[in-house]
Design a protein around this ligand. Structure first.
Ligand code: CP3
Length: 348
């Protein structure tokens, strides 16, 4: 019988997550699947991305495409942070070229009823099936599968604003005007994250990433009061499962120590903060993931190469480093360039 997961003592991503020396620097890319790949466009199909996500054969195939093409050190489940909310029937969709949209955004306590408790065995059965298909393919190849969920702040931003936002004005207004309702909403969203992450790990995911992409919109005191307790509860619920936990956001230079406090083994760093600075700020408590500017993938190879080396030099050979972009692959990226990134990082 094949084991459920790759060996944590020989798998680069799982070693680096524990800050242990690895035979090579692990590398994968956020949004490595998706529109930058012609093979994705070929199987994506018409309809919304949620149709592709909820079809296990298609979702598994899309997840595997970048692993085959690039030889990256991890696969990430093809899904979205709003998938569990959609599965729970809140009334959310993903509009092409826009992102998550709600026709009736979250506005008052009565909207909490639209976030009923999730039952993973039925609501997320498609996701469990996808993870099982993937683990069956990936584990014999020694490639770990990363499961993920959206963190309460980032999910709340879509539910309250009703669409992607720059200012988060409505989110912040609700948070400060009605802290009790804010915390009740985040409690429900944390339950969603715990349910989906727990189901992914149970089905064989080897690591989990909590995406709090937009939490950097807050000052540290507000992050600490309104966000940290909920993200910490999610991290604590995952603590006993024996898989490394990655905590990610952008614009988080001032939040890095607090994000490490939430309890992850790995903290994601965007390109604005040098890894050496991030390591100082987190006091060496966590491994770091990042942090090449995704726009540099669009630059000529000579420039890209220099900047990859800069990231690696800045890490100075520290074993607690998972190479990644500081945020997701841009859709207009050339896959050939990403292949060269992997090749260079692996050669070092
Ligand atoms: O390869 C992977 O990284 C796995 C797939 C993945 C998707 N969404 C698929 C997707 C992951 C990890 C996500 C997470 C996600 N979704 C986040 C956190 C990561 C981040 O970028 O900070 C966020 C904020 C979302 C919300 C969301 N979903 C946005 C902002 C968009 C983009 C809208 C657009 O079209 O530009 C989506 C849609 C989406 N999710 C796409 C993909 C591949 C693109 C739509 C498509 O291909 O039809």
């Amino acid at each position: 019988m094949t084991p459920l997961r790759p060996d944590p003592d020989t798998t680069p991503l799982l070693l680096a997550a524990r800050q242990l020396p690895s035979p090579r620097i692990p590398v994968w890319f956020m949004r490595q699947a998706g529109r930058s790949l012609p093979e994705y466009r070929a199987v994506r199909g018409e309809g919304t991305i949620l149709d592709a996500i909820s079809d296990p054969d298609r979702a598994a195939e899309i997840t595997l495409q970048p692993v085959r093409r690039y030889g990256v050190d991890a696969a990430i489940l093809f899904s979205d942070i709003v998938t569990p909310i959609w599965a729970g029937g809140f009334g959310i969709d993903i509009a092409a070229g826009i992102g998550p949209v709600c026709e009736q955004p979250f506005a008052s306590a009565s909207d909490l009823d639209r976030l009923r408790p999730l039952d993973p065995s039925t609501d997320l059965a498609f996701q469990t099936r996808t993870v099982q298909l993937l683990v069956h393919e990936l584990t014999p190849k020694g490639v770990p599968l990363i499961g993920f969920a959206g963190a309460p702040f980032t999910l709340a931003s879509y539910l309250i604003e009703g669409r992607p936002s720059r200012e988060y004005a409505k989110v912040k207004a609700l948070m400060h005007a009605d802290p009790t309702l804010w915390h009740r909403l985040c409690d429900r969203l944390a339950d969603y994250a715990i349910a989906t992450l727990g189901a992914q790990v149970e089905a064989g995911a080897s690591a989990i990433q909590l995406f709090d992409s937009w939490a950097g919109a807050l000052r540290p005191e507000h992050y600490q009061e309104f966000v940290l307790p909920h993200s910490r509860r999610i991290m604590e619920a995952m603590a006993g499962l024996g898989v490394p936990r990655i905590h990610f956001g952008i614009n988080t230079a001032e939040l890095l120590p607090l994000m490490a406090d939430a309890g992850a083994e790995v903290v994601g760093v965007d390109w604005r903060t040098p890894l050496s600075v991030a390591r100082d700020r987190t006091g060496g408590r966590v491994a770091l993931q990042g942090n090449l500017d995704p726009a540099l993938v669009l630059a000529p190879w000579s420039v890209l190469e220099r900047e990859i080396v800069r990231v690696l030099d800045d890490n100075a050979g520290h074993p607690g480093h998972i190479f990644n972009l500081g945020h997701g692959v841009l859709p207009q990226s050339d896959p050939e360039q990403l292949a060269r990134v992997v090749e260079l990082v692996h050669r070092r």
